[in-house]
Design a protein around this ligand. Structure first.
Ligand code: ADP
Ligand code: MG
Length: 378
């Protein structure tokens, strides 16, 4: 599926000097882009820079004010384009999963292939079941959307789109309504699809998603694709000023602990200095310090027999006043939050909005704890 096109044939998608104007605002001035089969493209950038508008124009939910978009050889910005047919080939996934609430999971997935692709019910059923297997949700096939978690619903929405065998899948903030655990589930599915050769354009605020899943990253700003590169180029060495500012909006601090008798006061001071410099609210700083102490000092260190290595890191998103904290550690595979001191666990639950453990068996530091800290706990 991921084969690059033959010499001379048209690319999957070509966007040529596209402009989009709304009354009083021109989110897109001049967008140019070529998408090849098998590309997995993340689209990032500040809010209001026209990322959603761009996706919506590609499946004709919006009309371009000027310029052309070609899908293969066909100009889809032309009035004669058959929108229904086009949407069979270009699937779209939204932040809110939009499943049919009155249909079971399997019916949700079978509906379009039966109605639009003339598949028999048996064929559609078999295919839906196979796809559900791929995302680990076969056992939910006769359930209703309301019985599923957000992450499960989003995986079903992705399967529903895939059942139409689209040539291009557009995803607008597919994980932004999900908590970290569910985000991880959906990211894994997207990662697998990318490896299977599914061509995707993913608008996302998650740098982790963009880094992990995509082959190309587009940074949108000033009404255009302001900078484009591999995830490494964009996140590690962006060339242009606005890209750099956007990427660095996320402030990062990393603290490494490699001795049982480490300099606790020095490390907490580093966290304090970082917090002051970056305007982290005082209460949030207090929570972060408590999380550092409970996790590293009380729960993790005492359980690593020798040569401890603990990497505690913090990403602070100043714009959303949210912190992501992660702790990676060695000492065999173990969840430090299981069987740990109840007092410590109580403090952790109070300080973190969400917290989860994940193990990766083949790494030197196989244990990962992720927590989000935000003051607007609902
Ligand atoms: P992003 O997805 O990058 O946050 P959008 O594509 O949603 O940005 O919006 C880009 C700009 O266009 C914003 O200023 C938004 O207010 C405006 N906009 C989007 N849709 C409409 C609409 N239907 N009518 C008027 N203005 C709109
Ligand atoms: Mg948007």
């Amino acid at each position: 599926m991921s084969s690059k096109r033959e010499n001379g044939s048209a690319p999957l998608l070509r966007i040529n000097h596209v402009k989009k104007e709304y009354p009083g605002v021109v989110p897109l001035r001049d967008v140019n882009l070529t998408v090849e089969e098998g590309d997995v493209i993340s689209v990032i950038g500040p809010s209001g820079t026209g990322k959603s508008t761009l996706l919506r124009m590609i499946n004709r939910m919006e009309e371009a004010t000027a310029g052309e978009i070609f899908f293969h050889d066909e100009e889809i910005t032309s009035p004669s384009c058959d929108t229904g047919k086009l949407r069979q080939k270009i699937g779209m996934i939204f932040q809110s999963f939009n499943l049919f609430p009155h249909l079971t999971v399997i019916e949700n997935i079978m509906a379009a292939p039966v109605a639009l692709k003339n598949l028999s019910k048996q064929e559609a059923y078999d295919k839906a079941k196979a796809l559900l297997g791929k995302v680990g949700l076969v056992e939910k096939m006769f359930g209703y959307p309301r019985e599923l978690s957000g992450g499960q619903q989003q995986r079903i929405a992705i399967v529903r789109a895939l059942a139409m065998e689209p040539e291009l899948l557009l995803l607008d903030e597919p994980t932004s309504a999900l908590d970290p655990t569910m985000t991880g589930e959906v990211e894994s599915v997207l990662n697998q699809l990318g490896k299977d050769g599914v061509t995707m354009m993913i608008v996302t605020h998650s740098m982790e998603l963009a880094r992990r899943v995509s082959s190309r990253v587009l940074y949108m700003d000033e009404g255009e694709i302001y900078e484009e590169g591999t995830p490494d180029e964009i996140f590690t060495s962006p060339r242009r000023e606005k890209t750099r500012q956007f990427i660095h909006r996320l402030k990062v601090l990393t603290i490494v602990v490699e001795q049982r008798e480490f300099d606790f006061v020095g490390k907490t001071n580093e966290i304090n200095v970082f917090a002051q410099k970056n305007g982290v609210p005082r209460l949030m700083t207090h929570f972060l310090l408590l999380l550092f102490e409970e996790l590293v000092v009380h729960l993790i260190l005492p359980r690593i027999a020798e040569s401890p290595r603990i990497v505690w890191s913090l990403e602070y998103d100043a714009k959303n006043e949210q912190a992501q904290m992660s702790v990676n550690y060695n000492g065999g595979v173990f969840n430090a939050m299981e069987g740990g001191d109840e007092l410590s666990m109580g403090i952790i639950r109070r300080c973190a909005k969400t917290v989860r453990y994940e193990s990766v068996a083949d790494e030197k530091m196989p244990n990962h704890i992720f927590a989000t800290v935000a003051l607007n706990k609902e």
